[in-house]
Ligand binder design. Sequence first.
Ligand code: ZN
Length: 253
Amino acid sequence: MGKKRKDDGYNKGKFKEVEYFLKGLRAPIFKLLNHKSKHKYDCPICGYHGPFMDKNNRLRAKCPKCGELERARMAMLVVNQIYDAKKASETDVLHVSPENFLRKIFKEKYKSYISSDLYREDVDQQFDIQSIPYPDNSFDLVFASHVLEYVKDDRQAIQEIKRVLRPGGLAFLPVPMLHDKTIDFEERPLNKRIIRETGIDYFDRYREVFSEVTVYEPGSFDEKFNLTIDMQDISDSEKHNYQLPNLLPVCSA
Ligand SMILES: [Zn+2]
């Protein structure tokens, strides 16, 4: 058995190299095939300029170079807008359930960086966000995107995030926009990983704790970034599930 596992690991490593090589070809080939497209955009994450790829039935949603979608690209723009190089060099970051593109940037340009997750092993610290193992006033920035919909006592988690932030610190806490009103389940439904379906009213829970909540909307950014969701072939009944925009709430401690 041990030998078999070793072979599997070896193959995995080998295929990873092929995968990265093929991914590197994706953007130039896609650009070449679609060079006549009138729709050309800028990616704020990797700097690519050109046509974007469809993602399922979301038109022109994906950057062919870094593979990131609307939500990640908007987060990058907001982070860049708030943190210039000097401010970044003075900012201690806690990154919960880390996205790879942001992890790289935080690690390189910010004063200090800790990644965390309850289960993942590719992080600096494993802990439960309902009980953050750091003293009060430890960080200037907490980034936890699409996390709170999984947490049983989310109000406790929001309090904890506020507690570890220094005065003037910021928490980026986007959750999926699924309804107008949030639905909290008593227990995690058997067919779901989330314990609540968050809605537009969810940000009120931040307003109870933080001094200020600024909500960034895709429509307020230049069209060249293509952050608004454009669907095709969706029936009217399904449309409702997709029409709510990606919103990014930034909470001030
Ligand atoms: Zn990109």
